[in-house]
Design a binder for this molecule. Sequence first.
Ligand code: PLP
Length: 480
Amino acid sequence: MNNQNFHMSPEEFRKQGKLMIDWIADYYENIEKYPVLSQVQPGDIKTNLPQSAPTESEPMEQIMADVNTILMPGITHWQSPNFFAYFPANASGPSILGDLLSSGLGVQGMLWATSPACTELETRVLDWLAEILQLPEKFKSTSTGGAVIQDTASSAALSAVLAARERKTNFKTNDSGNPGNLVAYVSSQTHSSVEKAVKIAGIGKDNLRQIGVNENLAMRADLLEEAIKNDLQTGLIPFFVCATVGSTSTNAIDPLNEIGQICEKYQLWMHIDAAMSGTAAICPEYRHILNGVELADSFSFNPHKWMFTNFDCNCFFIADRSVLIKTLSILPEYLKNQATESGAVIDYRDWHIQLGRRFRSLKLWFVIRHYGVNGLRYHIQEHIRIAQQFAEWVRTSAEFDLVAPAPLNLVCFAHQKGNDFNKKLLETINGTGKMYFTHSVINGKYVLRMCIGQTNTKEEHVSDAWKTIQKTANELIISE
Ligand SMILES: *Cc1c(COP(=O)(O)O)cnc(C)c1O
């Protein structure tokens, strides 16, 4: 029992908080001892949890004991250096502490007035990022645009689709509903979140065109233009294109310049989804992946994937903030205040779907200040270096092939023995718990993906992984 009114006293919080920090530090020290992919079966965790909530207060010690015994077996360890699946969601000490401080302050930053620091730190840190990424001036708050931290790239894509829709229809769709003839364009490799955004925005999946890709799995600009022309001819209204920098499946990079020129010619909104790979552009030698971003209307990337910032943290940059604000702004009586009415402040609740918002810029600010831009660059360069090393091992191996270009930190590869074998190989390796890979299918080919970006992944983890992959493949062949 705590004290009489059941709240946790500051004394107790101090004690438990220190134990929690110790718990987390121990976790990171021992993280490689856990199976990376949780090995439980569906329902295993729930069976061990009581059907009903406790009527009486339970001590923290007991809650943490249940974390250890009941929950930990059901954790897939995204922060393990042997996590090579999907994409990273890399965390770091400064980020965890920033997030903790955000929880401690408990601020809800929907308006400038509800915590000026929450708004102004965010604006400043995002302008820093615009500079680090060498984004054009228009994406800065000091120009026509600006940026906002959203939860995910999915929400950013939805915001972009909505702003594009309103710009195209002179802000009439918000009033009278969807005209039904707007058309959006993605490639066959675009992340599914854009299809979801198009559905939510009322555009309709039938009005979403999937443009074909070239041999590098990048969108073909000639096919995009052809599709736009076809739609115009039948009286439809093309309004939105999503270009991807670093597709989820294979890290393909769409030709931003060509797509941007087409968008300019036909007056479509160009959104760039650089969820994971955008981070690479903080390194001068990889900045070229964003060449053409000056033609975009919006751009987003996730520091919560590859920039050491705990989930969730998406940075959404927009060239003309007035369009976004006009699209999403609402001002009921109970939110009216002097600062808003003066027009001198940013109210970020007008920059995304939801009203309330966490103080997410704190963790990003902690991360950027802790590492410094040079520290961030060092780790990104290292991740890319060891990914390229892995790609080289695959390229020179007699049994495995590279299945797509590996421009950055993601390597798609397959054993020559075909789809069933590769599937079995993946399942066998993941079943050991030593490391975790996921797959993709490229032109009918089942491929394994080696995605390198966890904070503590080093060359030794990747070379161990390569040894395990080769050894497991040989064992499978012998046992056949
Ligand atoms: C991961 C990913 C997304 C989705 O990210 P969320 O932030 O989880 O919505 C979108 N696009 C690309 C290219 C991705 O890799």
